[in-house]
Design a binder for this molecule. Sequence first.
Ligand code: ADP
Ligand code: ZN
Length: 436
Amino acid sequence: MYQYWNPEMETLPRRELEAWQLRQLKTMVSYALRTPFYQDRLPKAGIKSEADIKSLEDLKQIPFTTKQDLRVGFPYGFLSIPKDEVIRLHASSGTTGTPTTIYFNREDIRRWTGFVARCIYGTGCNATDVFQNMITYGLFTGGLGFHAGAEEVGMLVIPSGVGNTTRQFKLMQDFGTTVLHATPSFLLHVESKMREEGVSRESIKLKRAFAGAEPYSEDTRRRIEELLHIDVYNSYGLSEMNGPGVAFECQGKDGLHIWEDGYIAEIVNPDTLEPARDGEIGELVLTILCREATPILRYRTRDLSAFYTEPCSCGRTHRRIHRITGRTDDMLIINGVNLFPSQIEEVIMSIKEVGNNYLIVIEKDGMLDRLTVKTEVGPDIFMDDTRPLNALREKIRRTLQSSITINPRVELHESGSLPVSEGKAKRVQDNRPRNV
Ligand code: ADP
Ligand code: ZN
């Protein structure tokens, strides 16, 4: 039932997988010692050559690398090979500040493509599929990364990019698209637009979608699956670790397999930096094992996740992580209460009458913070009939309050009226003055 792209690596016994990791880690350390950043950093931690790494335990001697380090190292502080050997660069989206840059040689691109192909094929796709890549192309890794991986699998690739839903529908109908890649927020937008433009589900052949690049809840996944009648697979990656292809759901759709022949994953308590226990949520720390041109060791992703303790029924030996619930720096403090935007999403997306888009607004009201949750309403609710609207508003408010312990204001908006972003969704507007 399950299909593996690289059966040997995907089911490698853990001991062999760890031996592979140690070999690759040594290689990465030797490349790192050619970069200005690690030439300075590693010897101070007692690592002067790859011979100082004798077991995987020695990873712990390597200091963490942060996003700030990458910014300080811009543009070439993390480059380990002569520029002539570099064939491509990518950058992060800059969601939280100045983007960071990574470089690839030919072999790095080949290996990255292999990981993405592995993810895609593991969901049941094959060369008969038609793949529409509805994501930003360009410096963002999601476009070209998926494009190459899908070609490697042999699918017909439509590099449609993001936006212009009318044209996207036309492409789906003309070429019989079976697989989409998009952000979950754009998939929800596509579904609303389909209804608005009267595109019938029968006129398109969609079977599945890969959704990633931003956090989303299980309820959002279910909503997309039910509305579009497709299977949705969670795709996780970040430019510092190549981009897509770091962790992906298999057909079990329960946690994301992190490809441990390409990455060493740790989960640490973000405050103490001590390892989290299995199953405990913490910050994901990743070491790349498959990129010579820009080796990045023990990178603090700021993404929050947890390891699964049980092996997966699919037979892959690579550990699974929980879907990312948010970033450590996403956390909002509202009147002293800590809150992640994902907690709000989880609640509102589980309410069926709520539409496909929402926005969280925080303002100052005198000394206090005021939280407003704006949501669109579903297609069955009429905006001029106040009684059901009031009932829905009250239902959302009550459900939110009992879950997040903050009493929010709730505003209902017509379907399609809240802003849709082309890249990653911007769900939070924090209008509070800084330093108050
Ligand atoms: P930026 O950090 O500027 O957004 P990237 O474009 O490299 O840079 O995006 C990587 C980040 O996107 C990850 O660190 C994570 O926060 C988020 N992300 C990517 N995929 C997922 C996913 N499936 N679920 C949750 N968050 C994700
Ligand atoms: Zn699995």
